[in-house]
Design a protein around this ligand. Sequence first.
Ligand code: NAD
Length: 305
Amino acid sequence: MTDIRFDGRVAIVTGAGAGLGRSHALGLASRGAKVVVNDLGAARDGSGGGSEAAQAVVKEIRDAGGHAIANGANVADAAQVQAMVDEAIAEFGHVDILVNNAGILRDKTFAKMSLEDFQVVMDVHLTGTVNCTHALWRHMIEREYGRIVFTTSASGLYGNFGQANYGAAKSAMLGLMNVLHQEGFRKGVHTNLLAPTAATRMTEELLPPAVLPLLKPETITPGLLALVHESAPSKMILGAGGGCFAETKVYETQGVALGDDDLTPEAVVANMARIRDPEGQAEMPGAFDQTNKYIQMAAKLRGIS
Ligand code: NAD
Protein backbone atom coordinates (compact mmCIF):
# COMPACT_ATOMS: atom_id res chain seq x y z
CA MET A 1 0.00 0.00 0.00
CA THR A 2 1.32 3.48 -0.88
CA ASP A 3 2.18 5.85 1.94
CA ILE A 4 -0.34 8.55 2.79
CA ARG A 5 1.73 11.72 2.30
CA PHE A 6 0.95 15.43 2.15
CA ASP A 7 4.17 16.81 0.63
CA GLY A 8 3.46 20.12 -1.11
CA ARG A 9 0.06 20.38 0.56
CA VAL A 10 -0.97 23.23 2.87
CA ALA A 11 -3.51 22.65 5.63
CA ILE A 12 -5.44 24.89 8.00
CA VAL A 13 -6.53 23.13 11.20
CA THR A 14 -8.82 25.14 13.47
CA GLY A 15 -8.79 24.67 17.23
CA ALA A 16 -5.40 22.98 16.84
CA GLY A 17 -3.84 24.19 20.08
CA ALA A 18 -5.19 21.22 22.04
CA GLY A 19 -7.01 17.90 21.88
CA LEU A 20 -8.00 16.52 18.48
CA GLY A 21 -6.89 19.57 16.48
CA ARG A 22 -3.38 19.40 17.92
CA SER A 23 -3.16 15.70 17.06
CA HIS A 24 -4.43 16.35 13.50
CA ALA A 25 -1.94 19.21 12.97
CA LEU A 26 0.96 17.06 14.20
CA GLY A 27 -0.21 14.15 12.03
CA LEU A 28 -0.45 16.29 8.89
CA ALA A 29 2.93 17.94 9.51
CA SER A 30 4.64 14.59 10.22
CA ARG A 31 3.55 13.44 6.75
CA GLY A 32 4.79 16.51 4.89
CA ALA A 33 2.01 19.13 5.05
CA LYS A 34 2.66 22.75 5.90
CA VAL A 35 0.18 23.63 8.62
CA VAL A 36 -1.60 26.74 9.85
CA VAL A 37 -2.22 25.97 13.51
CA ASN A 38 -5.27 28.03 14.41
CA ASP A 39 -6.41 28.37 18.00
CA LEU A 40 -8.03 31.11 19.97
CA GLY A 41 -6.85 29.53 23.22
CA ALA A 42 -10.38 29.53 24.63
CA ALA A 43 -11.65 27.79 27.76
CA ARG A 44 -14.05 24.86 27.28
CA ASP A 45 -17.06 27.22 27.32
CA GLY A 46 -15.45 29.60 24.80
CA SER A 47 -14.38 32.25 27.31
CA GLY A 48 -10.90 33.82 27.50
CA GLY A 49 -8.18 33.35 24.94
CA GLY A 50 -4.48 33.53 24.17
CA SER A 51 -1.99 32.49 21.49
CA GLU A 52 0.24 30.23 23.65
CA ALA A 53 -1.53 26.95 22.77
CA ALA A 54 -1.17 27.42 18.98
CA GLN A 55 2.41 28.58 19.35
CA ALA A 56 3.33 25.53 21.43
CA VAL A 57 2.02 23.20 18.69
CA VAL A 58 3.92 25.18 16.03
CA LYS A 59 7.08 24.73 18.11
CA GLU A 60 6.48 20.97 18.31
CA ILE A 61 6.08 20.80 14.52
CA ARG A 62 9.16 22.94 13.83
CA ASP A 63 11.27 21.04 16.37
CA ALA A 64 10.42 17.86 14.42
CA GLY A 65 11.58 19.52 11.18
CA GLY A 66 8.14 20.49 9.84
CA HIS A 67 6.62 23.78 8.65
CA ALA A 68 3.87 25.59 10.53
CA ILE A 69 2.60 29.00 11.53
CA ALA A 70 0.38 29.92 14.46
CA ASN A 71 -2.85 31.83 14.05
CA GLY A 72 -5.16 33.15 16.76
CA ALA A 73 -8.29 33.88 14.70
CA ASN A 74 -11.66 33.38 16.31
CA VAL A 75 -13.40 31.15 13.77
CA ALA A 76 -16.74 32.77 14.63
CA ASP A 77 -15.43 36.12 13.29
CA ALA A 78 -15.53 36.20 9.47
CA ALA A 79 -13.05 39.09 9.17
CA GLN A 80 -10.49 37.31 11.38
CA VAL A 81 -10.97 34.11 9.36
CA GLN A 82 -10.44 35.97 6.07
CA ALA A 83 -7.23 37.48 7.49
CA MET A 84 -6.09 33.94 8.49
CA VAL A 85 -6.69 32.63 4.97
CA ASP A 86 -4.90 35.65 3.44
CA GLU A 87 -1.96 35.04 5.80
CA ALA A 88 -1.84 31.33 4.92
CA ILE A 89 -1.77 32.07 1.19
CA ALA A 90 0.86 34.83 1.64
CA GLU A 91 3.05 32.44 3.66
CA PHE A 92 2.58 29.16 1.77
CA GLY A 93 1.10 30.17 -1.62
CA HIS A 94 -2.16 28.21 -1.47
CA VAL A 95 -4.36 26.06 0.81
CA ASP A 96 -5.37 22.48 -0.05
CA ILE A 97 -6.85 21.17 3.19
CA LEU A 98 -9.22 22.65 5.74
CA VAL A 99 -9.96 20.81 8.97
CA ASN A 100 -12.83 22.55 10.78
CA ASN A 101 -12.26 21.36 14.33
CA ALA A 102 -12.54 24.31 16.76
CA GLY A 103 -15.25 23.81 19.32
CA ILE A 104 -16.74 24.68 22.69
CA LEU A 105 -19.47 23.34 24.96
CA ARG A 106 -22.23 25.02 26.97
CA ASP A 107 -24.25 22.00 28.07
CA LYS A 108 -27.60 22.52 29.80
CA THR A 109 -31.04 21.01 29.39
CA PHE A 110 -33.08 22.95 26.85
CA ALA A 111 -35.37 24.14 29.67
CA LYS A 112 -32.40 25.83 31.37
CA MET A 113 -30.45 26.89 28.26
CA SER A 114 -30.42 30.61 27.51
CA LEU A 115 -30.71 31.71 23.91
CA GLU A 116 -27.23 33.18 24.31
CA ASP A 117 -25.84 29.73 25.23
CA PHE A 118 -27.55 28.35 22.15
CA GLN A 119 -26.25 31.08 19.87
CA VAL A 120 -22.64 31.09 21.10
CA VAL A 121 -22.30 27.35 20.43
CA MET A 122 -23.89 27.75 16.98
CA ASP A 123 -21.51 30.66 16.29
CA VAL A 124 -18.34 28.68 17.00
CA HIS A 125 -19.32 25.30 15.53
CA LEU A 126 -21.62 26.11 12.62
CA THR A 127 -20.85 29.74 11.70
CA GLY A 128 -17.15 29.09 12.41
CA THR A 129 -17.20 26.15 10.00
CA VAL A 130 -19.09 28.19 7.40
CA ASN A 131 -16.70 31.16 7.79
CA CYS A 132 -13.58 29.06 7.24
CA THR A 133 -15.08 27.01 4.41
CA HIS A 134 -16.51 30.07 2.64
CA ALA A 135 -13.20 31.96 2.89
CA LEU A 136 -11.45 29.08 1.08
CA TRP A 137 -14.21 27.81 -1.22
CA ARG A 138 -13.51 29.87 -4.36
CA HIS A 139 -9.76 29.42 -3.89
CA MET A 140 -10.22 25.63 -3.88
CA ILE A 141 -12.75 25.60 -6.74
CA GLU A 142 -10.45 27.75 -8.89
CA ARG A 143 -7.48 25.47 -8.14
CA GLU A 144 -9.73 22.42 -8.73
CA TYR A 145 -8.44 20.82 -5.56
CA GLY A 146 -9.63 20.88 -1.97
CA ARG A 147 -10.18 18.57 0.97
CA ILE A 148 -12.52 19.83 3.69
CA VAL A 149 -13.56 18.11 6.90
CA PHE A 150 -16.29 19.23 9.28
CA THR A 151 -16.04 17.82 12.79
CA THR A 152 -19.49 16.60 13.71
CA SER A 153 -20.48 14.53 16.72
CA ALA A 154 -22.59 11.57 17.78
CA SER A 155 -24.56 14.22 19.66
CA GLY A 156 -25.69 15.73 16.35
CA LEU A 157 -26.12 12.43 14.53
CA TYR A 158 -27.92 10.53 17.30
CA GLY A 159 -28.72 13.00 20.13
CA ASN A 160 -27.24 13.61 23.58
CA PHE A 161 -29.06 14.87 26.66
CA GLY A 162 -28.23 18.49 27.53
CA GLN A 163 -26.68 19.37 24.16
CA ALA A 164 -29.49 20.99 22.12
CA ASN A 165 -27.16 23.80 21.00
CA TYR A 166 -24.22 21.52 20.21
CA GLY A 167 -26.36 18.78 18.62
CA ALA A 168 -28.12 21.31 16.38
CA ALA A 169 -24.82 22.81 15.20
CA LYS A 170 -23.24 19.40 14.63
CA SER A 171 -26.16 18.00 12.62
CA ALA A 172 -26.34 21.17 10.51
CA MET A 173 -22.88 20.20 9.26
CA LEU A 174 -24.48 17.17 7.59
CA GLY A 175 -26.71 19.41 5.49
CA LEU A 176 -23.81 21.69 4.65
CA MET A 177 -21.68 18.72 3.57
CA ASN A 178 -24.43 17.22 1.42
CA VAL A 179 -24.79 20.44 -0.57
CA LEU A 180 -21.09 21.29 -0.80
CA HIS A 181 -20.42 17.75 -2.05
CA GLN A 182 -22.80 18.43 -4.94
CA GLU A 183 -21.29 21.85 -5.67
CA GLY A 184 -17.63 20.93 -5.17
CA PHE A 185 -17.03 17.30 -6.10
CA ARG A 186 -16.78 17.80 -9.88
CA LYS A 187 -14.31 20.63 -9.21
CA GLY A 188 -12.05 18.39 -7.13
CA VAL A 189 -13.26 19.64 -3.76
CA HIS A 190 -14.20 16.77 -1.45
CA THR A 191 -16.15 17.41 1.75
CA ASN A 192 -16.48 14.86 4.57
CA LEU A 193 -17.63 14.62 8.17
CA LEU A 194 -15.56 13.22 11.03
CA ALA A 195 -17.47 12.09 14.13
CA PRO A 196 -14.81 11.51 16.81
CA THR A 197 -14.94 10.12 20.33
CA ALA A 198 -11.80 11.07 22.20
CA ALA A 199 -10.53 11.80 25.68
CA THR A 200 -9.88 15.54 25.61
CA ARG A 201 -10.59 18.47 27.87
CA MET A 202 -14.06 18.52 26.29
CA THR A 203 -14.96 14.99 27.38
CA GLU A 204 -12.65 13.98 30.24
CA GLU A 205 -15.30 14.75 32.86
CA LEU A 206 -18.01 12.94 30.88
CA LEU A 207 -16.19 9.62 30.40
CA PRO A 208 -15.23 7.04 33.07
CA PRO A 209 -11.51 7.57 33.98
CA ALA A 210 -10.72 3.92 33.20
CA VAL A 211 -11.53 4.31 29.48
CA LEU A 212 -9.63 7.59 28.93
CA PRO A 213 -6.32 5.87 27.95
CA LEU A 214 -8.20 3.95 25.20
CA LEU A 215 -9.53 7.11 23.59
CA LYS A 216 -6.44 9.21 22.93
CA PRO A 217 -6.87 11.86 20.16
CA GLU A 218 -4.05 10.11 18.25
CA THR A 219 -6.43 7.16 17.69
CA ILE A 220 -8.69 9.45 15.61
CA THR A 221 -6.08 11.22 13.47
CA PRO A 222 -5.41 8.33 11.02
CA GLY A 223 -9.09 8.58 10.02
CA LEU A 224 -8.84 12.35 9.58
CA LEU A 225 -5.75 11.91 7.39
CA ALA A 226 -7.66 9.44 5.20
CA LEU A 227 -10.45 12.03 4.78
CA VAL A 228 -8.11 14.82 3.61
CA HIS A 229 -5.72 12.83 1.42
CA GLU A 230 -5.78 12.92 -2.40
CA SER A 231 -7.51 9.52 -2.28
CA ALA A 232 -10.24 10.81 0.08
CA PRO A 233 -13.89 9.93 -0.44
CA SER A 234 -16.49 12.70 -0.50
CA LYS A 235 -19.77 12.98 1.43
CA MET A 236 -18.68 10.37 3.97
CA ILE A 237 -19.51 10.40 7.68
CA LEU A 238 -16.60 8.65 9.37
CA GLY A 239 -17.04 7.68 13.00
CA ALA A 240 -13.78 7.22 14.92
CA GLY A 241 -12.72 6.35 18.46
CA GLY A 242 -10.03 4.28 20.13
CA GLY A 243 -8.71 3.10 16.77
CA CYS A 244 -12.17 1.93 15.64
CA PHE A 245 -13.71 3.36 12.45
CA ALA A 246 -17.24 3.06 11.07
CA GLU A 247 -19.45 4.81 8.55
CA THR A 248 -22.76 6.50 9.42
CA LYS A 249 -25.35 6.65 6.63
CA VAL A 250 -28.79 8.16 6.12
CA TYR A 251 -31.30 5.76 4.56
CA GLU A 252 -34.90 6.16 3.45
CA THR A 253 -37.35 3.27 3.65
CA GLN A 254 -39.16 2.17 0.53
CA GLY A 255 -42.38 3.62 1.97
CA VAL A 256 -45.95 3.37 0.75
CA ALA A 257 -48.01 5.19 -1.84
CA LEU A 258 -51.54 6.06 -0.74
CA GLY A 259 -54.33 6.47 -3.29
CA ASP A 260 -56.54 9.55 -3.39
CA ASP A 261 -59.35 7.78 -1.48
CA ASP A 262 -56.88 6.71 1.20
CA LEU A 263 -55.16 10.05 1.73
CA THR A 264 -56.09 10.47 5.39
CA PRO A 265 -54.13 10.63 8.65
CA GLU A 266 -55.89 7.39 9.65
CA ALA A 267 -54.36 5.64 6.62
CA VAL A 268 -50.89 7.02 7.45
CA VAL A 269 -51.21 5.69 11.02
CA ALA A 270 -52.53 2.33 9.77
CA ASN A 271 -49.55 2.05 7.39
CA MET A 272 -46.90 3.18 9.88
CA ALA A 273 -45.30 -0.29 10.16
CA ARG A 274 -44.88 -0.43 6.35
CA ILE A 275 -43.64 3.19 6.24
CA ARG A 276 -40.98 2.31 8.82
CA ASP A 277 -40.13 -1.14 7.41
CA PRO A 278 -36.34 -1.16 6.75
CA GLU A 279 -36.67 -3.88 4.08
CA GLY A 280 -35.51 -2.34 0.80
CA GLN A 281 -34.36 0.95 2.35
CA ALA A 282 -31.91 2.95 0.25
CA GLU A 283 -29.63 5.97 0.26
CA MET A 284 -30.75 9.03 -1.68
CA PRO A 285 -27.86 10.48 -3.70
CA GLY A 286 -29.58 13.89 -3.68
CA ALA A 287 -32.81 15.70 -2.86
CA PHE A 288 -34.30 15.24 -6.34
CA ASP A 289 -33.78 11.48 -6.18
CA GLN A 290 -36.30 11.47 -3.35
CA THR A 291 -38.65 13.74 -5.33
CA ASN A 292 -38.38 11.47 -8.37
CA LYS A 293 -39.01 8.38 -6.24
CA TYR A 294 -42.27 9.90 -4.93
CA ILE A 295 -43.33 11.02 -8.41
CA GLN A 296 -42.76 7.49 -9.74
CA MET A 297 -44.59 5.80 -6.84
CA ALA A 298 -47.54 8.21 -7.03
CA ALA A 299 -47.76 7.95 -10.84
CA LYS A 300 -47.56 4.13 -10.79
CA LEU A 301 -50.41 3.89 -8.26
CA ARG A 302 -52.55 6.10 -10.48
CA GLY A 303 -51.61 4.25 -13.65
CA ILE A 304 -49.74 7.22 -15.14
CA SER A 305 -46.56 6.38 -17.04
P1 NAD B 1 -10.73 20.72 23.00
O1 NAD B 1 -11.49 21.60 23.93
O2 NAD B 1 -9.58 19.95 23.54
O3 NAD B 1 -10.20 21.54 21.74
C1 NAD B 1 -10.96 22.53 21.12
C2 NAD B 1 -10.03 23.65 20.71
O4 NAD B 1 -10.79 24.63 19.97
C3 NAD B 1 -9.43 24.38 21.91
O5 NAD B 1 -8.01 24.39 21.80
C4 NAD B 1 -10.02 25.79 21.84
O6 NAD B 1 -9.13 26.82 22.27
C5 NAD B 1 -10.33 25.91 20.34
N1 NAD B 1 -11.37 26.91 20.09
C6 NAD B 1 -12.54 27.07 20.76
N2 NAD B 1 -13.24 28.09 20.24
C7 NAD B 1 -12.50 28.59 19.21
C8 NAD B 1 -12.71 29.63 18.29
N3 NAD B 1 -13.82 30.39 18.34
N4 NAD B 1 -11.77 29.88 17.34
C9 NAD B 1 -10.64 29.12 17.29
N5 NAD B 1 -10.38 28.11 18.17
C10 NAD B 1 -11.31 27.85 19.11
O7 NAD B 1 -11.82 19.73 22.38
P2 NAD B 1 -11.71 18.48 21.39
O8 NAD B 1 -12.38 17.35 22.05
O9 NAD B 1 -10.33 18.32 20.85
O10 NAD B 1 -12.71 18.97 20.24
C11 NAD B 1 -12.32 19.17 18.89
C12 NAD B 1 -13.56 19.04 18.02
O11 NAD B 1 -14.05 17.71 18.08
C13 NAD B 1 -14.72 19.93 18.44
O12 NAD B 1 -15.38 20.46 17.31
C14 NAD B 1 -15.63 18.98 19.17
O13 NAD B 1 -16.97 19.42 19.18
C15 NAD B 1 -15.43 17.73 18.35
N6 NAD B 1 -15.81 16.51 19.03
C16 NAD B 1 -15.09 16.03 20.06
C17 NAD B 1 -15.48 14.85 20.66
C18 NAD B 1 -14.67 14.23 21.73
O14 NAD B 1 -15.04 13.09 22.15
N7 NAD B 1 -13.61 14.88 22.23
C19 NAD B 1 -16.65 14.18 20.24
C20 NAD B 1 -17.37 14.71 19.18
C21 NAD B 1 -16.94 15.87 18.59
